[in-house]
Design a protein around this ligand. Sequence first.
Ligand SMILES: Cc1ncc(COP(=O)(O)O)c(C=O)c1O
Length: 420
Amino acid sequence: MNERFQSDMAGQDRFTGSFTQQEPIPEAGIEAALAVLRHGRLHRYNTAPGEVAETVLLEEEFAAYVGAKYCLGLASGGAAMACALRACEVQAGDPVLSNAFTLAPVPGAIASLGAKPVFVDVTEDLTIDLAHLEAQARASGAKVLLLSHMRGHICDMDALMALCDRLGVRVIEDCAHTMGAKWKGVPSGRHGAVGCYSTQTYKHMNSGEGGFLVTDDAELAARAVLLSGSYMLYARHRAAPGPEVFEALKLDVPNVSSRMDNLRAAILRPQIGMLDDRRARWRALYQAMEAGLSGVPGVKLIPRPQHEDYVGSSFQFLLPGWGPDRVAALVAAAAARGVELKWFGAADPLGFTSRYAHWRYAAPEALPQTDRILAGLIDMRLPLTFTVEDVGLITLILREEVARASTAPQAAAAPLPAAD
Ligand SMILES: Cc1ncc(COP(=O)(O)O)c(C=O)c1O
């Protein structure tokens, strides 16, 4: 008997696993972190003679993993996006295109420069709407797109890049949910001018907080290193261009300190080699979710394109045409049986889940297509501490509760569970 399965007073199955429990840091990462703590040189530029900092090695190894020329470690995924925008010379007041369906750090990175997010509709496949992207680019005159591969759904990258090239729009990829994923065999983050990643605890490598950016563009890379706060010690980077590229820029680029440190780098280095195995394990959980929910009346699953090699660290489905009371009742009933769902249609932002209309600082215009889709969008974490057997129970509970919610009369919404 799985200890995560229990029955409640009514004899119903209840799931008792944690939706927010990560796997431990690998022993090699713990050992390397202890070595850094013991020698005390946590700052990336504080090295003993002949020593190569953990941060520098991490950047080289991550660049090799995604096949990029240059890589920079940063303090967070949000810091990586803001650094990429600055490196692309976005100025205060500039319009920057981005997904309406994403999470708060994405418009926040744009707003941190004083630039103006211009939101683009989501499709029912949960990817950016290319027709609306073109319309918004033309209407706003934006020259940069911060493309969020939100919840790991990758759009047709060939079509997107062709469109953006035609429009003269530079693409920065937010790969917070696609580290290790690919489109037609090309790693996510390697289509646009810059790829940004997060190593925050809920992502695909875990250092608590952290991030990277990668690029093949020498000037962008040099600007990013200077922006991150390199104190003219850029020659110590290895996954960076040569000193001549820095020489031409070093007096013009401000220091916006957001470096990664050696402790996080030590924790992360052994995790790079685990990414492909993690992707396979996440895929097994994701496919078990798909199998368990396929054909359930009232539930629409999200199709995954053949060219997308996705990671699947979370699962989404749509409840088309469901009213808010009914969706709220399902979320509450699932929570009562231990299954934590997030709902992108909730009136108020909860925990990590907010949507474009909540970002008032960006003065968002109404997007009816996105509103309709998000009104029925359910999201669920799939931590690697779950087993396929766990997913079997989760989908059983969901099937039962969807059936109950879809036949129940529309009643007042039950209170929503607290999100993490
Ligand atoms: C879609 C998306 N992009 C970017 C980030 C930024 O990551 P970080 O928390 O490392 O700043 C997150 C974090 O949750 C995210 O969900």
